[in-house]
Design a protein around this ligand. Structure first.
Ligand SMILES: [Zn+2]
Length: 56
């Protein structure tokens, strides 16, 4: 037994669990999603909207 890195629930870490070390597919996808969004976060060069200067 171990604990899911995503939600902390106890989880089986053997071949009966296709999502190990996560408890469910959902937790696995959530964790991957966080990893991707963290790694591929590209800083934007565009200025924020609504500064209101120089329009018109
Ligand atoms: Zn989980």
């Amino acid at each position: 037994m171990g604990s899911c890195p995503q939600c902390g629930q106890s989880v089986r870490l053997d071949e009966t669990n296709p999502w190990r070390p996560f408890c469910t597919e959902r937790c696995k996808l959530l964790d991957l999603g966080e990893w991707f969004s963290g790694s591929f976060a590209i800083p934007s060069d565009e200025p924020p909207h609504g500064d209101g200067s120089g329009t018109r």
